[in-house]
Design a protein around this ligand. Structure first.
Ligand SMILES: Nc1nc(=O)c2c([nH]1)NC[C@@H]1CN(c3ccc(C(=O)N[C@@H](CCC(=O)O)C(=O)O)cc3)C=[N+]21
Length: 289
């Protein structure tokens, strides 16, 4: 075993800093009579999903965002969940909300039903469309969490060669769109299960973002010395989190995100950011407050 030489992209510490910054902005909103409120819609009793939703509400409470929680049983029908979405769309105390995935229902129909201005997950088809068009709109939390983590640790993004592993709707696909904007200016290769030689792609990358959900898919031999490696994967092996990045990658990489403690907390940080921005945008549109 060689020693770990990589700098640690500490998502937990960064979440803390971002909370301090956002608490200030929430206080400014309060002065204008506006209190942001996060709504969550949770279906069923998956322990992981319950943990995430609890964590999101705790984060909100810490910085002065109120919580509106709708927990439904696993037996909830499409129509029942849609009725809850309609209710939150209409509720002025709910400035933003999300439908925790997976629901086991028709997710595209649920996502499409959320008021795009309240879509703090940035996953509504209209908001993904704005992203593809390069127009301002709420952005997906996990991809933006990755970008913010790189920014805050001064990992150069402009001009960098980035390999993203995974083309899913919540991470890989939007990451490609975000990182290739003029403001990020990276060159992105999106890899997936059809990629012929993954190792040949990854070895060229200055930044590797692994979001395949396959434990240990990125191995030490695949990583260019000095590269930044972000681990988005959340699989459970024997009850413990197993990331997409093998632990010994930290012996060759220049930066690594720990897992847990890396991208997970950053996803929550960007959710909080989206909630505050949705409330600020609402004040600006309506002149309320
Ligand atoms: N509509 C929707 N929006 C989401 O944002 C969403 C979702 N559905 N479905 C599931 C994924 C997963 N997700 C995580 C959030 C926080 C951590 C997190 O903070 N994890 C901690 C600890 C994890 C633990 O110990 O269990 C960490 O990485 O340090 C992880 C994963 C949000 N998701």
């Amino acid at each position: 075993m060689s020693p770990v030489t990589a700098r640690i992209l500490d998502g937990s510490a960064t979440l803390k800093s971002i909370k301090h910054e956002l608490a200030e902005r929430v206080a400014r909103l309060a002065e204008r009579g506006v209190v942001p409120g996060l709504g969550t819609v949770l279906v069923g009793d998956d322990p992981g999903s319950h943990w995430y939703v609890n964590a999101k509400h705790k984060d909100c409470a810490e910085i002065g965002i109120t919580s509106i929680r709708r927990d439904l049983p696993a037996t909830a029908t499409q129509a029942e969940v849609e009725a809850v979405i309609d209710e939150l769309n209409a509720d002025p105390a709910c400035t933003g909300f999300l439908v925790q995935q997976p629901t086991g229902l028709d997710e595209m129909a649920l996502l499409s039903r959320v008021d795009p201005e309240k879509d703090v997950d940035g996953l509504h088809p209209m908001n993904l469309g704005w992203l593809a068009l390069g127009k301002p709109a709420p952005l997906p939390c996990t991809p933006m969490g990755c970008v913010e983590l790189l920014r805050r640790f001064d990992v150069p993004i402009a001009g960098a060669k980035v390999v993203v592993i995974g083309r899913g709707l919540t991470v890989g696909r939007p990451l490609g769109l975000i990182l290739t904007r003029k403001s990020e200016n990276a060159t992105v290769t999106l890899c997936h299960t059809g990629t012929r030689d993954l190792a040949a792609e990854v070895i060229q990358a200055d930044i590797v973002i692994a979001a395949a959900g396959v434990p240990g898919i990125v191995t030490r031999e695949m990583v260019k010395p000095g590269a930044a490696v972000l681990d988005v994967g959340v699989s459970r092996v024997d009850g413990k989190i197993a990331g997409d990045v093998a632990p010994d990658v930290a012996e060759v990489a220049g930066w690594v995100s720990p897992n847990p403690g890396g991208v997970g907390p950053m996803t929550r940080a960007l959710l909080l950011t989206n909630i505050v921005e949705a409330a600020e945008a609402h004040v600006d549109h309506t002149g309320q407050g």
